[in-house]
Design a protein around this ligand. Structure first.
Ligand SMILES: Nc1ncnc2c1ncn2[C@@H]1O[C@H](COP(=O)(O)OP(=O)(O)O)[C@@H](O)[C@H]1O
Ligand SMILES: [Mg+2]
Length: 277
């Protein structure tokens, strides 16, 4: 079963090499495979069914933000989608829509063999000079805006799920399926907040730099999104909830210091930009 085969000299030898590596390192979820002068990532299935608390929280959140209750049946059904097939299907759909995603060299029910697409931005950022992050991160924000403008969603747009190679970003990791049953602007807003939150206080980006760059990233994103009205509406509806969450987390902030500080930075960024928009 190898769709989108992209010209490896000997597919059978590649598959054998990947399966040998997967057998040898059962504790690894993803493995780098080098074969025939090319690099691949073997990614095996991880069973991570959504837990009841998570499902209930999601249902409450959607109801608060959209005013529409989500039937539990929809949420429960969506769990059956969690297989390698689901991620392979998402990659195929996104590729057909023109998004940059890894090509699939081989797939089975247990693992996917993906084209290696460079290093994830979260790792690159650790070593980037200020000049580099100040140009690359806004470029990423614009790219996310354009991706959303095409009617697409990632489901996990953090900088650890986007690679960069030869100047091109590639989105990876499509196991999250909440976009299948949430309204598109809500899913896209989740992508946006996950992206912003993953930049905030990451690597060399300290508090002052986070507070400088996040508003810029939000603005670049909104400018690139052809129709940001739904995003702005969702952000405005989510804003009071974020305030409540921060309020509730305040007594525990010594224990969750970084996530607490990130949340405060996000809220301040939204307040600054939403009143300006
Ligand atoms: N196509 C790819 N190209 C390069 N690196 C990849 C690729 N797919 C996965 N990786 C690497 O493997 C890591 C884990 O893969 P990912 O799909 O994000 O799974 P998860 O986060 O669910 O474990 C990524 O953070 C990245 O470092
Ligand atoms: Mg990931």
């Amino acid at each position: 079963m190898s769709d989108a085969h992209f010209g490896a000299p000997d597919q059978d030898a590649l598959v054998s090499a990947a399966e040998a590596a997967l057998t040898e390192k059962p504790q690894h979820r993803t493995l780098l495979i080098e074969h025939g002068g090319r690099r691949y990532i073997a990614k095996r299935l991880a069973e991570r069914p959504r837990r009841l608390m998570q499902t209930l929280f999601m249902r409450w959140l959607v109801n608060r933000i959209t005013g529409q209750p989500l039937p539990m049946r929809t949420l429960a059904l969506s769990e059956s989608a969690s297989s390698m097939d689901y991620e392979a299907q998402r990659i195929a759909t996104l590729a057909a829509a023109g998004a940059r995603v890894p090509r699939i060299a081989h797939r089975t029910n247990e693992y996917l063999l993906l084209e290696h697409c460079g290093t994830v931005v979260a790792s690159l950022l650790e070593k980037w000079a200020p000049d580099t992050w100040r140009s690359e991160l806004p470029r990423m924000a614009r790219e996310l805006g354009e991706f959303h403008a095409a009617g697409l969603w990632h489901g996990g747009a953090q900088i650890k799920n986007v690679t960069l190679q030869d100047g091109s970003f590639t989105r990876i990791d499509f196991e999250e399926n909440f976009g299948e049953f949430l309204p598109l602007p809500v899913t896209q807003t989740a992508d946006l907040l996950l992206f912003l939150n993953s930049v905030s206080l990451a690597g060399p980006i300290d508090e002052a730099e986070s507070r400088r760059i996040l508003p810029l990233l939000l603005k670049e994103y909104l400018d690139a999104h052809a129709d940001p009205a739904g995003i702005l509406d969702t952000l405005n509806r989510a804003r009071p909830l974020l305030g409540h969450i921060v309020g509730a987390a305040r007594p525990f902030r010594r224990y969750t210091r970084k996530s607490y500080r990130r949340m405060v930075i996000i809220i301040d960024t939204l307040d600054q930009q939403l009143s300006a928009a």
